[in-house]
Design a protein around this ligand. Structure first.
Ligand code: ATP
Ligand code: MG
Length: 331
């Protein structure tokens, strides 16, 4: 768990880059920091692993102040991924990934195995990539090596600063998807800084919206969207509001409101194409991929069938949920 209390940062001769912010990131949570350029996101991140020292306030990790340990020791428990990756050019891919395990004096065999596993995990077969120079990789591949390096010593915490920022839109989408899948298999506490509201909504459990060094609002993506704390929070999402709503309302939410309707029935083979979706899927991800003639078979986490609905019924349900959530905010 990461806990910031009344944290401020004043750079020499400058205004407050970070102005009295407090938030908590629970264990296993992915916490996003979003906001316009210069609002203090990177500074906030760097204070957590003490690449920047705070001017005032406190930061605790698992109950201990970050000042209780030497920064090097702190950083071994905290993976760090930055936008321009920062791979060491004179090291091979494998040597880059091995940096922290070596510092920790792991057995060479264990390091080898770990590197191979991680390369596999990020979709870069070791036989092909382990011995390459970072310069001989595409931007997306470098980014994935950066991610593998951050995961190498299995740190419980990972800080990520615009980790997908340098990628073209198509590669970005693919790497984000892989990343999301990868996260399902590992239990990490993550702070993710991003400009990209879609990325934040897609990947984060909760999001902090920053403005001019201040934390304007903290909440789930849905809370930020439907219960904006102020005019700034309201206007921040306006350009993409509808798409974000589609991303933050799940199939499960929709089933809640159409529970009583006749839409729910079981699926029989004579009905045409059935297509399995999950309770936790966003409306957007399902609707995007479905044809009007299909039956959507909704599964819960235990893979049990809980409902069958058509894309049209799903759309109507979505509109209902949306209306309800909006009504909740108007008064
Ligand atoms: N080393 C520094 N010395 C002085 N001022 C700095 C320093 N680093 C950042 N700043 C200033 O602090 C403020 C916050 O910077 P920060 O890098 O945290 O913003 P950011 O939200 O990460 O922006 P971006 O989205 O552009 O990366 C900015 O006004 C910036 O100019
Ligand atoms: Mg930044």
């Amino acid at each position: 768990m990461i806990e910031l209390t009344n944290v401020s940062k004043i750079y020499e001769g400058s205004l407050k880059a970070v102005d009295d912010i407090s938030f908590t990131v629970e264990e296993g949570e992915i916490f996003g920091l979003i906001g316009t350029s210069g609002c203090g996101k990177t500074t906030t991140l760097k204070m957590i692993n003490r690449l920047e020292e705070l001017t005032s306030g406190q930061i605790f990790i698992d109950g201990y102040s970050v000042f209780d340990r030497p920064p090097e020791q702190l950083r071994r428990r905290i993976g760090y991924v930055i936008q321009n990756v920062g791979l060491f050019p004179h090291y091979s891919v494998k040597e880059n990934i091995a940096v922290t395990p070596k510092l920790l004096d792991w057995d060479p065999r264990r390091i080898n195995e770990r590197c191979d596993d991680l390369l596999q995990l990020v979709g870069m077969p070791p036989v092909e990539f382990a011995d390459r120079d970072p310069q001989a990789l595409s931007g997306g591949q470098q980014q994935r090596v950066g991610l593998a390096r951050a995961l190498a010593a299995d740190p419980p915490i990972i800080l990520m600063d615009e980790p997908f920022g340098a990628l073209d839109p198509i590669t970005k989408e693919r790497v984000q998807k892989e990343f999301k899948k990868l996260l399902q298999g590992i239990d990490k506490t993550i702070v993710l800084v991003t400009h990209d509201v879609f990325e934040a909504f897609d990947l984060c459990d909760r999001v902090g919206l920053m403005n001019n060094g201040k934390l304007q609002q903290v909440g789930t993506p849905r809370e930020l969207l439907f219960q904006p704390a102020d005019e700034y929070a309201r206007s921040f999402f306006d350009n993409h509001r509808f798409q974000l709503e589609m991303m933050s309302i799940t199939v499960g939410d929709i089933l809640e409101v159409i529970k009583e309707s006749s839409a729910l029935r079981s699926f029989s083979a004579g009905e045409g194409n059935g297509f399995s979706i999950y309770h936790s899927d966003s409306f957007f991800s399902v609707f995007e991929d479905s044809d009007p003639g299909e039956r959507l078979i909704v599964l819960n986490e235990e893979e049990e069938q809980v409902a069958v609905i058509t894309p049209n019924e799903l759309l109507e349900g979505f509109q209902q949920v949306r209306r309800m959530l909006k009504e909740g905010t108007d008064d």
